[in-house]
Design a protein around this ligand. Structure first.
Ligand code: FE2
Ligand code: FE2
Length: 148
């Protein structure tokens, strides 16, 4: 049965790795926190009996993600990052995707379904986005520092 899946299988994509670091302290700390929150959500899903608590965990993750995007976008503006517009669009698209996921869950989705969506959509996006997009901001900031 799906609920009996091995926990390591469920959380396998969630381990924080040093290679995700951009070399920018508070951005890295926020990314690490995002991983913790996603991991906590997936764990809460495995004991899906308390759906109100689960919704609270999900809402907290969504709010933290929105705050992180705001902070990261402000950082890009501050350092005149040339890819700002595109990066903001990627954030906005993801916010819409997560909004759809929250709505689906609120309309009666199960914790198993939520866990599967979080793993398939949120974890994959987070890992790819940090490695492919956020790292470019880190590199831009390093280049600026080297020019000084
Ligand atoms: Fe980003
Ligand atoms: Fe980020």
């Amino acid at each position: 049965m799906e609920d009996n899946r091995d926990k390591s299988e469920v959380t396998s994509g969630l381990a924080w790795k040093e290679e995700f670091c951009l070399g920018h302290d508070w951005v890295d700390a926020q990314h690490r926190k995002l991983f913790e929150l996603v991991s906590g959500l997936v764990e809460a899903c495995s004991d899906g009996s308390d759906l109100i608590r689960l919704k609270g965990t999900l809402d907290f993750l969504v709010n933290y993600t929105v705050q992180h995007f705001d902070d990261e976008e402000a950082l890009q503006l501050k350092c005149n990052y040339p890819g700002y517009e595109r990066h903001k669009r990627l954030h906005d698209d993801f916010k819409a995707t997560v909004g759809g996921l929250v709505e689906k869950f609120t309309m009666g989705g199960s914790s198993t379904e939520l866990s599967s969506d979080v793993n398939k959509i949120v974890v994959r996006w987070l890992v790819n986005h940090i490695q492919r997009e956020d790292k470019k901001i880190g590199q831009h900031i390093k280049n600026l520092a080297a020019e000084k």
